[in-house]
Ligand binder design. Sequence first.
Ligand code: GUN
Length: 295
Amino acid sequence: MKLLDGKAVSRELLKKVKADIDHYIEKKHLGYNLSRPSIAIVMVGHNAASESYVRGKIKACERAEINHKIIRFDESISTFDLISEIKILNKSHFDGFIVQLPLPDHIDPKPIINEISAYKDIDGFHPLNFGKMALGQKAMRPATAYGILKLLEYYDITTKSQHVVVIGRSNIVGKPISIMLGNDFEIGRSTVTSCDINTPKALLKEEAQKADIVIVAVGQAGFLTADMIKEGAVVIDVGINRLKSGKLVGDCDFEEVSKKAGFITPVPGGVGPMTIAGLILNTFEAWKMKHLIEN
Ligand code: GUN
């Protein structure tokens, strides 16, 4: 079994983004003195998990030398007022911004996400970016799915003609990773089976046991057990669950699954840092788009 070290790969990608930004700034693209990318992170209320994720995002911005600002709103803000703030951010100097999820229960995230300018949507959640991604067009891509693809690419794990089982159908992870791996890209061209917690357990097991790559994103500690995978499978664990003991674990029974898997992501240190790398790569894309820098 080999660990897929998301923490190390993310650091390498951030270093590369920093160097690429330095390069364009030194080159004075189109004769301009470019300023470094800058992003905003909108937080509503105080959610312990979000506070921790955002600390990771800030650390990544620091590594890539991306300017960043946290904009906080009270838990009680109305949908109307939050949308007004987003309209302001759309017109601001920020190259990109995110609204950290989850939002308080009284705010439906859909109209909030829809209001974010697609050009500044560094989470890749806006329907325009999601649609472009699904059509295989250049777009800012949902950051976790993008990060997973980068991790597979880094370790030279082929996806072409591979059978991938994705467990979980969320808009931010399961759905986009299923679409991206089914697309006709270099990283893609897989045969994808999309399941979730409503898939009958026997059917889920039958499918997962045939899979070359299993991606699990259901938010339930111990959901994926060793009897559900085949020997040598690649296991990507997207879950982050805090046990009563305070320990952070993913969605798979790591101790047993890791004995059987060919590759596996640890939790923490696997997909989490790669999600942040995806966000930083999208930030770089948004900045390049704003300054008419072609790839
Ligand atoms: N909450 C959990 N993951 C994410 C993410 O990738 N982006 C945002 N905005 N909120 C999240």
